[in-house]
Design a protein around this ligand. Structure first.
Ligand code: SAM
Length: 258
């Protein structure tokens, strides 16, 4: 028989309260983290999280034309597709660090990151920019011109997998320095493998949306989410690359080719 004296009851009650508080706090922190991810995805809009506003105010150094293109893109009804500006800045800094000259952009949309990369590479560098929609890209083109870098951008309007195949057939394996994968999620695995062939040793592949708004925690049957989860797990085990998975934007994995 248990002997529930006064002290024992007090101890049990304290344990119970601590347990409940722990669950509540854990859930709150999880939700806060999720809301941060969502905020980070908000591209530094005026209604952002105060902490995110602070981060942007104290670290974002955006080229004036890049900023103009971001503001123009935010008027588009599909603007949720726009890459996070602080993430774009990180990728530009990485590109400069490895002295990138040849870049692949898979998923251009209005060309914010295309412009960002074109600004980061030397005058004789090239960004092969892949998208299936010319209409989206047309929004960005005047800004590419205004920034004086349109000659560095090779826009390919067709399925990205076809463009990557053409580059491989043209003998361009191992001739690119940086690739950004940010298009249809179902083909992420294909893009990753082809980019791995096209990138030189020491080059970088950045894969966007690897957290997919937190859905990777509960993929269910959604094919886009499953495709992202599959690639995340594959890259984690992939000995051909060193990696980091960052909680910037909607999550980005950096794969450094060995
Ligand atoms: C998330 S947006 C890209 C955002 C862009 N990286 C930026 O800097 O804001 C995804 C783009 O992928 C394009 N896309 C979708 N399926 C594609 C495919 N099979 N091949 C190439 N592009 C595709 C869409 O048209 C869209 O413009």
């Amino acid at each position: 028989m248990y002997n529930f004296n006064k002290e024992g009851l007090l101890y049990a009650a304290t344990l119970g309260v601590s347990f409940t508080a722990g669950i509540w706090l854990g859930r709150k922190l999880f939700l806060r983290r999720r809301s941060l991810i969502q905020t980070f995805k908000s591209h530094g809009g005026a209604k952002g999280d105060p902490l995110m506003d602070y981060v942007l105010k104290n670290s974002l150094r955006e080229h004036p034309v890049l900023r103009k293109l971001r503001m123009r893109t935010l008027q588009d009804r599909m603007c949720r597709m726009l890459v996070a500006c602080e993430q774009a800045q990180l990728m530009a800094n990485l590109a400069k660090l490895i002295k990138a000259k040849n870049v692949i952009e898979i998923g251009v949309y209005t060309g914010y990151n295309t412009l960002n990369m074109a600004l980061a590479i030397p005058d004789d560098g090239k960004v092969v920019a892949c998208d299936i929609s010319l209409d989206f890209a047309k929004i960005g083109m005047p800004f590419w011109k205004e920034a004086g870098v349109e000659h560095k951008i090779d826009l390919q309007i067709k399925p990205a997998a076809d463009t990557l195949d053409e580059l491989l057939e043209a003998g361009k394996a191992e001739s690119f320095d940086f690739a950004f994968i940010d298009a249809d999620k179902l083909n992420y695995g294909i893009y990753y493998e082809k980019c791995l062939q096209l990138i030189r040793r020491g080059g970088i592949i950045a894969i966007d949306n690897v957290l997919w708004g937190g859905q990777v925690l509960k993929p269910g049957n959604d094919s886009d989410t499953l495709s992202i989860v599959r690639l995340n797990e594959k890259i984690y085990r992939d000995s051909r690359v060193n990696i980091n998975m960052l909680t910037i934007g909607d999550g980005v994995t950096l794969a450094f080719k060995l």
